[in-house]
Design a protein around this ligand. Structure first.
Ligand code: HEM
Length: 183
């Protein structure tokens, strides 16, 4: 996993819960590099899971809720760091439909060794979009947080229904059904 994900996670913990909490979870997670990450480096995603577990122990918040919160935060940070990715997307359905073919493609140009999920979208009707998350890493909670972050960014009245599907080989799969709420 790219270091940018780790540095953003640490930024979230420090800004919301303080530097003491950040120091505490770095110690507790027993990380190989004592928590020194650079945004362009690549690290084992299990280290992020260990940090989240340590944060869950320290705060009493469940792991899925913490990963979801992190996804929301990450989307907001991405919207500040990569404004060019937002230029041509006008709204949630438009933006999400471009992740697989445009956005993560641009991410791969920046970080050739990025480990990205597959996120194909189908437009079921003008008011409905289905997004299928699949990845060997099982970060559907992160995807859920990013989707909610995207909805918050565009301020659209969209309801999300999540269905975790059976694993296919080594792939974790989750379906997200998004529906624009009638006015
Ligand atoms: C501006 C928008 C976005 C940018 C710049 C971006 C960038 C990235 C980057 C840098 C990674 C890490 C790759 C690695 O660690 O090797 C990543 C992973 C990921 N992205 Fe995106 N992303 C964006 C939007 C989204 C959205 C909206 C979703 C939600 C569906 C999403 C879902 C994920 C997930 C779940 C991962 C974790 C890896 C995995 O599950 O396999 N991304 N993305």
């Amino acid at each position: 996993m790219k270091g940018v994900v780790f540095t953003e996670f640490m930024e979230l913990v420090e800004s919301r819960m303080g530097l003491d909490m950040l120091d505490r979870i770095i110690t507790e997670a027993e990380l190989p590099n004592d928590g020194a990450y650079t945004s362009v480096g690549t690290y084992d995603h299990a280290e992020l899971v260990r940090l989240v577990m340590a944060l869950s122990n320290a705060t009493g918040m469940p792991i899925p809720a913490l990963i979801h919160l992190f996804g929301q935060h990450l989307f907001q940070r991405f919207s500040e760091s990569y404004p060019m990715l937002f230029q041509d997307a006008h709204g949630v359905f438009d933006f999400l439909s471009r992740i697989d073919d445009v956005i993560h493609v641009e991410v791969r140009k920046l970080y050739p060794d990025a480990e990205l999920p597959s996120l194909p979208c189908s437009r079921l009707s003008p008011n409905e979009l289905e997004l299928l998350y699949s990845s060997p890493r099982g970060f559907a909670d992160l995807a859920a947080g990013l989707i909610d972050g995207c909805i918050a960014h565009y301020k659209e009245p969209i309801q999300v229904t999540r269905t975790d599907l059976a694993k296919e080989g080594n792939l974790h799969r989750t379906r997200f059904h998004l529906q624009i709420e009638p006015a």
